[in-house]
Structures are given as structure tokens and as C-alpha cells.
Design a protein around this ligand. Sequence first.
Ligand code: PBG
Length: 324
Amino acid sequence: MAFPATRMRRLRRTDALRALVRETELAVSDLVYPMFVEHGIDRRRPVEAMPGVERLSISHAVEEAGEAHALGVPAVLLFGIPAEKDELGSGAYDDEGVVQLAVRALKEAHPDLIVITDVCLCEYTSHGHCGAVREDGYVDNDRSLELLARTAVSHARAGADAVAPSDMMDGRVGALRAQLDSEGFTELPLIAYSAKFASAFYGPFREAADSTPAFGDRRAYQMDPANGDEAVREALLDVEEGADIVMVKPALPYLDVVRRVKDATGLPVAAYNVSGEYAMIKAAAAAGHLDERATVLEALTGIRRAGADIVITYHAKDVARWLS
Ligand code: PBG
């Protein structure tokens, strides 16, 4: 039935009516707060492109995570910046590495906080790539799997509640699952960065995590931004290999992929609202061009509407305050 029998504005007339028919709810319980922990510092170091985001010492990370948790944010995602880097990223799978130490400290201080660790080598390798590099500069897939699996087990031993491989090597989900299971961590969830695109939106993160590749780029392992069918294939492969949650990253330029991955897998889907997405809103808001609160809430609601169950975002603490 068309106009005038149908008037879409009838249900938009008041706040209460709008709330009654609202389809998508953005809740603090769906948010994950990413944090950068740096080895051997004793202060907070601001990340220039990301106002409000800092590299933290372990004790500051405990404080920061406690604040987020008190605001209702259920989970953090940890990235580590080691004291030293080497060819094979040994800091990633060192039981006394920065993430391992941070996980122990965080779980001791906040036992109910969900501590997720990013499993990758790029913050730990001298060349900044996400795996072991062959002499010809190519990232060696199968050699990297071993190191990534060791990293995941080391995080599990430290007490991580979930591990999230972000390297985009083929077969890493299966390799991590097998290694975790053989070490007794059969109950540890695996959150796969399934559709991770080779994105320009990671720029500020690489400053924050000190992980810019020393040569080349990541296009030989991260996905081509043009490909949606391939993203679905990646997600389905990860499901087959044992992923418990699949992720799409970045979020805002890939909302169609979020929807397709949700429909194709039926798994809980996480979307990563990445550093560049955060930096854009922050910069525009600081210049007075955007209302930060309204823009962030709209962007994150859009990510949820696209099909994401979980939103990983640097805005998490602000959103928790705004929603309370
Ligand atoms: C790397 C990793 C990256 C991000 C999360 N894990 C960067 C990259 O692939 O270069 C990006 C997150 C962000 O931009 O906020 N393993």
C-alpha cells in the first residue's frame, strides 16, 4: 500500500516510537578495546595520529583496562611493542615477552576482563613483516605457521582468554588450533582475522605499534580491497579450520563484506574499526567539522547493522560513557 495510506513518518514522530521500532542496538557489551603495551617504558606515550590512544607500560595498561572494564567494556585486545626486534620475531613467542607479562598482570588485576591477544609477528620482526621472510624477500607461509602457533600457545600459557591471529598466512587457524589443542588449550576460543584487507587505513596503527614494513608492503598476504567473494572464501576456510569467531577488517569501507561473511558463516562476526577510521573522525571533530559523539555512534551502529556482533574500536571507552 502506498501513500497516503502508508506514511513512514508515523513511526518516527516521537523518541518513544522511534525506540520501539529500532532494529539495531549498539551496546557496550559488544565492544572490544584495543591497547598497545610497550616493553620497558614507565609512562604513557601518546600516538600522534590517534588522540586519546597511547602506548602504555604494563602498569598503565592495568590501569587503563581497569577503567574500560569499570565502564562496562567487557574485553581488551592486546598488541605488544617489544624492547628488541629480530628477523624471526622471537619477542612474540617469548614467555617473558611484553604481551605475556601484560596478560598475567591484567588477569591478576581484573580476572573478569576478557583479555584477547593479537597473534602476529610484525611488531616483533626487524623487517616489520607478519611472518618469517625468505632470502628473496617473500614471506614464507609454512615457516611462519610454526612461529605463530608458538606465539598463540605462549599467550595461552600466560592466561589469555582468546587469541586472534592477524597475520593472514594460509592455514594459520588450523595450525594454531592443533597446537593449542595438543598443549591442552582445547577450550581457548580462536578469533580469526579472516578477511583482513591490505588497507591504507592501518597507517596510524603502524606508528602506534611500530610495525611499518621495512621493505615492500603486505599485499602478498593481506587481501585486495576489491575482492568480496574471496573474503567469503577466506572466512569459510577459517570456519573449516576451527575459528570460533570470524573478523572483517577494516570495518567501514567493508560493510558489504561484514554482511556477506555473517550470512555465509552464521558465526559471531567481529568487525575492526581500525586506526585510520578512528583518526579520520578525531581529526574532523578536532577541526570542528563533525560532532564526534554523533558521528561515532552512527558509524558503530552502521557496523552493527551490517551484521557485526562484536565491534573492536578505539572509541570503546567514550562509547561506554555516552551509552551509560
Ligand atoms: C598486524 C595488525 C595490524 C592491525 C591489527 N593487527 C596492522 C597491519 O596489518 O599492518 C591494524 C589495526 C589498526 O589499524 O587499527 N598484525
